[in-house]
Design a binder for this molecule. Structure first.
Ligand code: NAI
Ligand code: MG
Length: 369
């Protein structure tokens, strides 16, 4: 059996509360389904800073590099607002992304039927929505050099960020998108701004060439990223997989997320480069939300984003497609039963806390076995 080394990094705020609900599911899977997960734990974020002055220790970083997958909760909070920039909680996540070379960020936007009424868009626009945004995560304007603030000496300063993409970066992110599309509805929409950006011209060329060479069975369309933003709120169901760069992906995935409701519902996956020898890749799974300091410790956090992140982990890291489908069906089933945390509460539903939501999903998961 292939190894299933899983590192849990719960982090700060509601991170540990949400992670506790995943831990219950893993315990059940190990005990009853003989799933064979080998669990490790570590500290990341503010709690790591408090323990040893770094956002993630070298020892925990080594655990992440040795793991097949990392489950990450959330980091940050007002308590650490004034710690030095390079050891602030978010630095832990950035180091994980960099050292694990997590270049592909996957953000699904799924509209659960039971929540179609709570979208800010009309029900028929979002009902049944199931799209996947693939965002390039390790390149582009967030990392390109030069990146600085220059004093021009005349009372003016100049802030500089540089958008840079090389062929191999565009090739590998589009490859991930094409491969995922094959497991879905077989369509990729590539978004850039080739009308005003050289990196956009190259992006378009490389995606087109990659498609022609290796993925011509997949339907490919190109869209300018700003038009893509409009289309996402006008008629999102036209999309299957969207692939785009780091900056546009940051914004477009947040827009897509809000089509379907609360932050507490949204999972994500970040995939690394495949290892040349084994073909397997490192990956990190995390909810889109942060540490929610305003509700941390109150037992009110919605654990669904964290649990759905674990479902993505089952699907993409361990090829446990049946279990992933079943866990996602358990989430949909519990929502269908009218069980809701505060962030997704609606009239006539039953309001529960973090633990009860986790218990209800686990019970449904068992019942569907
Ligand atoms: P946030 O996502 O933590 O919270 C935004 C709002 O959504 C809050 O009102 C919160 O209560 C609510 N919310 C978030 N997750 C929820 C859940 N699971 N259930 C119910 N309600 C939920 O974003 P915010 O407030 O901007 O940031 C708080 C802290 O988290 C900051 O220190 C920020 O830097 C950090 N952060 C960390 C991230 C990460 O670890 N990946 C991502 C985003 C923010
Ligand atoms: Mg964002």
């Amino acid at each position: 059996m292939a190894s299933k080394k899983l590192l849990l990094l719960p982090g700060d705020g509601i991170g540990p509360e949400a992670m506790a609900e995943v831990r219950k599911i893993i315990a059940y899977m190990n005990a009853e389904l003989k799933s064979g997960f080998e669990l490790e734990e570590g500290l990341v974020g503010g709690c790591a800073y408090d323990a040893h002055g770094k956002a993630i220790s070298d020892a925990d970083m080594a655990k992440a590099m040795a793991a097949d997958a990392v489950l990450f909760g959330a980091v940050g909070g007002p308590k650490w607002d004034s710690v030095p920039y390079d050891v602030r909680p978010e630095a832990g996540l950035l180091r994980l992304r960099k050292d694990m070379e997590l270049f592909a960020n996957l953000r699904p936007a799924i509209c659960y039927p039971a929540l179609a009424d709570s979208s800010s868009l009309k029900k028929d626009v979002v009902e049944g929505l199931d799209i996947l945004i693939v965002r390039e995560l390790t390149g582009g304007v967030y990392f390109g050099e030069p990146k600085e603030i220059v004093d021009l000496g005349n009372g003016q300063k100049r802030g500089i960020d540089t958008q840079v993409y090389d062929t191999y970066e565009i090739e590998r992110i589009s490859g991930v998108a094409f491969e995922l599309a094959r497991t879905r509805r077989n369509k990729v929409t590539s978004m850039e701004k080739r009308n005003v950006m050289k990196s956009g011209v190259l992006w378009n060329e490389v995606v087109t060439a990659n498609h022609k060479a290796r993925y011509s069975d997949v339907q490919l369309e190109h869209m300018l990223a700003d038009a893509g933003g409009m289309q996402l709120v006008r008629w999102p169901k036209q999309f299957d997989v969207i692939v785009t760069d780091n900056l546009f992906g940051d914004m477009l995935s947040d827009i897509a997320a809000m089509l379907t409701g609360s932050l507490g519902m949204l999972p994500s996956a970040s995939l690394g480069a495949p290892d040349g020898k084994t073909g397997s890749r490192k990956a990190l799974y995390e909810p889109v939300h942060g540490s929610a300091p305003d509700i941390a410790g109150t037992g009110a956090a919605n654990p669904i984003a964290m649990i759905a992140s674990f479902a993505m982990c089952l699907r993409y890291s361990f090829n446990m497609v049946e279990e992933a489908d079943r866990l996602e069906a358990a989430i949909a089933g519990v929502l269908g039963d009218g069980i809701r945390t505060g962030d997704i509460m609606s009239e006539g539903s039953t309001k529960v806390g973090t633990t009860q939501m986790g218990d209800a999903i686990l019970a449904k998961f068992k019942a569907l076995a």
